[in-house]
Design a protein around this ligand. Sequence first.
Ligand SMILES: [Zn+2]
Ligand SMILES: [Zn+2]
Length: 238
Amino acid sequence: MTVFFKALLKSLFPQRCAYCGKVVSADEYACGDCRKILPRIEGEICSRCGRAKKECSCNGEKYFLSQAAPFCYEGVVRRGLHVFKFRNGRQNSEAYCYEMAETVRQRYADKKFDYIVPVPMTKKSVRRRGYNQVEILAEGLAELLGAEFRNDILFKIYETEKQHGISYILRKGNLTGVFDVPEPEKVRGKSVLLCDDISTSGETFNECAKMLWLADASEICCISLALTNPRKKNKSKK
Ligand SMILES: [Zn+2]
Ligand SMILES: [Zn+2]
């Protein structure tokens, strides 16, 4: 989006809290109430799964080096993301990109990513929704980090059942062969930051990372806006 277009949009629509929708001043991303209760992942953090150490869910080897996220998928973050995903709340993305960029700067301070790659959706899902919320996040993040946004490397070939609703065992098998890197030379020797909105078990990231690893990407890390707590029963309605 051009600077002019952004300014125009801002003058037409008031800035809203990205978590509850309340009108806030133009330089704010969240209202005072939400800021106080944002479910940030804090304290001692596991460098592998990105969760607080007491909620660590690390299980086995992964094709990526590390996962990170600013938030737990609960409370106002869950609410905001739901609007963003299902009710065209694209305005929220600026706040989310800002938060993810901060997390990348802290957690991956020693890394320089060549490419920011969104976890892909099938063309059919994008058509159904009218937009690709993960690409919106990845593109905004790439801009903030000064890295290249690449949606021409990794593709989702066919639809799977929603990851949220199914058990861990099913989830693993459910993803095999779903993603593809048709032109591996595009990513050979490159360091990649994979981006998604929510990560549940890390299996989607892992399957994407596997394809990038097979294509000889030099390093693969992951960022999402939120991580579910694997110890809690997932009560998501989706
Ligand atoms: Zn709010
Ligand atoms: Zn862990």
